[in-house]
Design a protein around this ligand. Structure first.
Ligand code: NAD
Length: 489
């Protein structure tokens, strides 16, 4: 599909099964590909949130008591609809986010996989029953929490909402999604397609907005659980505010992922993995390689990384970054590193794409001889940039990785099982890669980091998410009056 013929849906709130235009305040949505305005997003207020919570509360009564095997049928249909409309959904993601079409297709395919996993939920929450003493049995049921909220970032407009929507809804909750105000378009199609699949009105709602609506979600007494994905600064605010209002909260934050490269690493495989990890989605992935620690002499691998990076061409196999401010921030980090003594081997500053001169592009950037005290070594850059540090031993490399405030992912490239095992044991991160640059666990394994990359208990996807989206109900049952009564009866 050509993106020029793409129909961008009007962005509205979606409350109780209806698209509504409730609020006067709005903001332009600009495509990072070419800087053109493509839509307008309403900035909702408490009034719209109240309506969405009321709609969700009303729907919860019937939805939560619908058997899970019936609830799941809607998601089988929804999955088929996503498959049928894959190209259109991907083109919308590309338009609003700026990533390449291939990356956008992979993103929607991941939403399909997440939905497929949710369809197996009836088997996963079949519960437990056991005769615990003569004539007495205990049974365990997973019950939905109630009205829940999901607050999303800009970098995966389709996939990150699917980290929460299918699991939370199949498990019987009703949801209010607050998409990123920078990329609200995909959520319109999510709402339309859920309705087309047969989801009852009010089970899924979208309230657009910015800070005001996020704070209102944290405070709203009608919302029982809040999931958040975004930067660490805001994750902390949302976690503290939601939990102080006695809600359960899982807040995923930013990242600074380290790749450790040993001299025995396979040079070609390592170079292509490092480059793909740092430049995929223009480096705007919380799983992107952002720092690399080379142990001993790895000059031959760095030279191959530079060769690979030069094959990554903005506007072709490298998308745009989200905004002018992002482009400026990324370029500032590069310039400051250079001023502090680092060596720029491949320089992506001042990049433009012919015919898309108003787009926001940063070319792939490889920086060597970065030291752990530099800002580019410590802070999240969120652009197609790899900062290479040097270490003389695996212990030194691990201590650099352990020194990071974040803890989403860490990887090692080596042919030594013993070194791989050390990294697996000692890296301070939730997701570890052995010769893999983007170690995203696939379902049923769960997604979630450690340290400043996640606040709250458990992970956001996979089996771990079941505890977040449900309450456990334990029932003790006796029907037989002859069963002996003891002190526990
Ligand atoms: P962000 O924190 O700026 O925004 C995320 C959400 O918070 C948005 O919906 C936004 O409207 C809201 N928000 C923004 N400022 C707010 C404020 N002051 N008060 C209340 N709410 C506010 O994040 P972003 O720039 O959209 O996304 C990029 C960030 O998300 C990166 O740090 C990236 O690492 C992180 N991220 C993390 C993961 C993960 O799994 N850990 C996944 C994807 C993205």
């Amino acid at each position: 599909m050509s993106t020029t013929t793409l129909q961008v849906p009007e962005v509205k709130n979606y409350i109780g099964g209806k698209f509504t235009n409730g609020t006067k305040k709005s903001m332009d949505i600009v495509s990072p590909l070419d800087g053109a305005t493509i839509a307008n997003v309403p900035l909702s207020t408490m009034a719209e949130l109240n309506s969405a919570v009321e709609a969700a509360q009303a729907a919860f009564k019937t939805w939560s008591s619908t058997p899970i095997k019936e609830r799941v049928q809607i998601f089988y249909r929804y999955k088929t609809l996503m498959e049928k409309n894959l190209k259109e959904l991907a083109a919308l993601v590309q338009k609003e986010n700026g990533k390449t079409l291939d990356e956008a297709i992979a993103e929607v395919e991941k939403s399909i996989e997440l939905t497929e996993y949710a369809c197996s939920m009836p088997q996963l929450v079949a519960g437990k029953i056991m005769e615990v003493s003569r004539g007495v049995e205990c049974r365990l049921d997973h019950k939905p929490v109630g009205v829940v909220a999901s607050i999303a970032p800009f970098n995966f407009p389709h996939m990150v909402p699917h980290w929460t929507i299918p699991n939370a809804l199949v498990l019987g909750n009703c949801m209010i999604l607050k998409p990123s105000e920078k990329v609200p378009v995909s959520s319109m199609r999510i709402a339309e397609m859920l309705k087309e699949a047969g989801l009852p009105d009010g089970v899924f709602n979208v309230v657009n907005g910015d800070r005001e609506i996020v704070e209102a979600i944290c405070d709203h007494p009608g919302i029982q659980a809040v999931s958040f994905v975004g930067s660490t600064k805001i994750a902390k605010v949302v976690y503290i505010r939601s939990t102080s209002n006695l809600k359960r909260c899982l807040a995923l934050g930013g990242a600074k992922n380290h790749l450790i490269v040993m001299p025995d690493a396979h040079p070609d495989m390592t170079a292509s993995n490092v480059t793909a990890s740092m430049s995929g989605c223009a480096g705007q992935r919380c799983m992107a390689a952002s720092a690399m620690v080379g142990v001993g002499n790895i000059d031959h691998i760095i030279s191959k990384i530079c060769d690979e990076a030069k094959k990554v061409i903005p506007g072709k196999n490298l998308g745009a970054v989200i905004s002018k401010e992002s482009k400026e921030r990324i370029e500032r980090y590069i310039t400051e590193a250079e001023k502090a003594g680092a060596k720029i081997l491949v320089d992506g500053r001042n990049t433009t794409v012919a015919g898309m001169e108003n787009g926001y592009y940063v070319g792939p950037t490889v920086i060597d001889f970065v030291t752990p005290d530099m800002a580019i070594a410590k802070e999240e850059v969120f652009g197609p940039v790899i900062a290479i540090m040097r270490a003389s031993s695996i212990d030194e490399a691990l201590s650099i990785e352990n020194g990071s405030a974040y803890g989403n992912a860490a990887s090692v490239f080596t042919q030594s099982g013993s070194i791989a095992r050390q990294v697996m044991e000692k890296a301070s991160a939730g997701m570890i890669g052995i010769n893999i640059g983007v170690p995203v666990p696939r379902e049923p394994f769960s997604f979630g980091g450690w340290n400043d990359s996640k606040f709250g208990v458990g992970d956001i996807t996979g089996d771990s998410s079941i505890e977040f989206w449900t309450n456990l109900k334990k029932t003790s049952i006796k029907w037989n009056p002859e069963a002996k009564t003891n002190w526990m009866s």
